[in-house]
Design a protein around this ligand. Sequence first.
Ligand code: SAM
Length: 268
Amino acid sequence: MPRGLNLGCRAGGAGPRLDRVEQTPGAAGPPLTPRTAVVWSVLRAELDRRPSAELTVLDVGGGTGGFAVPLAQAGHQVTVVDASPDALAALSRRAAEAGVADRVRAVQGDGDALAGLVEPDSVDLVLCHAVLEVVDEPASVVTALATALRPGGAASVLVAGRSAAVLGRAMNGHLDVAATLATDPAGTARPRDTLRRRFDAEGAAALLTAAGLTVEEIHGVRVLADLLPAAVADGQQGALVELERALAARSPWRDLAVQLHLFARRPA
Ligand SMILES: C[S@@+](CC[C@H](N)C(=O)[O-])C[C@H]1O[C@@H](n2cnc3c(N)ncnc32)[C@H](O)[C@@H]1O
C-alpha cells in the first residue's frame, strides 16, 4: 500500500543553489524546493485521488530518478524510459540506496518508441519532464505518452518556456539571442542553443490536445527562482517556495516562468 510521499527532489539546470531541499516547517509531506514544489503539488493532488492505490507510473526521460524514486518510495511501481545509460545507472543506484530497487524499472529507450517498451493502455500516470524540448519529434513522443495511458490516466508534462528565455538572455545583455528566441518559430537560437524548441502555454497545450489528451491545469515553474541572487534564494527558500506556488497559476506570472507544467488526462 502506498505510503505518504517523502519527496527528496532532484533539481536540474544552472542558477543559484535551488536544489537544497527544505521541509515546510511544521507540515507533514514532501520536502519543497522552488524548482519542484509546484509540480509535486499537482502530482500529490492526483495521487490523493486514489490514496490506497498502487499506481503504475511511467517517467519518460526520467533521468536519474528525481521524481521516479520518491514515487516509488510512496509505494508506486515506476518505469523510467531514458535514452541515456549513464542516467539509468545513476537511477538504479539511487533507487537501491532508497531501498526501492524492486519498485523502479530502468529501461533504455527512445521516448517516441514507447510502443515496443510499454504496454498500451497500461499506465496510470505518465511523467515527461524537460524532454519535449530536446527530442526530434515532440508530437510523436506525446502520442506515445497518450497511448501508454489507461483511459482516465494522467500526464504530467514539463516544458521549457520561451518568455523566460527571452527575458533572461536580454537581462544578461544578449539582445541578439533574445530577439532570435522571441521570433524563431520554435523558440530556439540553434545551433548554439542546447534546446531545440521552447513553448508558450497555448502551443504546449495544443500539442497535448492533438494527441487526444485533455489539459486540466497549466502552471508556471520557476517564475522567480532563477532571477534572484543566490543569497536571497538560499536565505529565504521557504518564502520563495510559497511565492512560487502563489504565482504559478496566475497571469502574467505563469507565462513568464522558466518552465511550464501541464497536467492532462486521457479521457475515460
Ligand atoms: C533535462 S533531462 C530531464 C530529466 C528529468 N526528467 C528531470 O526533469 O529531472 C532530459 C532527459 O531526457 C532524456 N532524453 C533525451 N531525449 C530522449 C529520448 N528521445 N527518449 C528518451 N529519453 C530522452 C535524457 O537522457 C535526459 O535524461
